[in-house]
Design a protein. Structure first.
Length: 124
């Protein structure tokens, strides 16, 4: 599962105009959080809507917290330039910024999961 998001480093494949990899990976996680068998048509439609709503809320909250969702803007780096990724690693900016983004995402996704469990408990 970890490999599903490896291309999100530096945006998507290093394209700095793309959303931060944490934002992309969070959208993937929210899809997985809400997954149901596609044969269950009504439940699948509700799940898709919930995943999209959670993703929209996550993007809003991320932007509110950090000012932007674009990788290059957040880090002040252009990963499409040769050597930029090496510079990124050497600078250890990821320890400061990227780890904060990841921590934020984990906390928010767990919050979405708790809400989902609460809603499911209410329907039981």
């Amino acid at each position: 599962m970890l490999w599903t998001c490896t291309s999100f480093i530096g945006g998507i494949g290093g394209q700095q105009e793309a959303p931060c990899g944490v934002v992309n990976a969070s959208a993937v996680c929210l899809g997985l959080l809400h997954r149901v068998p596609s044969a269950e048509k009504k439940a699948a439609k509700r799940a898709r809507n919930a995943a999209r709503q959670n993703a929209a809320e996550f993007v809003y909250l991320f932007r509110e917290e950090f000012g932007n969702i674009e990788c290059g803007t957040l880090l002040g780096m252009d990963f499409s330039k040769p050597g930029e990724y090496k510079r990124f690693l050497k600078s250890e900016i990821w320890k400061d910024k990227c780890m904060k983004y990841a921590q934020f995402a984990v906390e928010k996704i767990f919050g979405f999961e708790e809400r989902k469990r609460g809603a499911e408990a209410d329907t039981d």
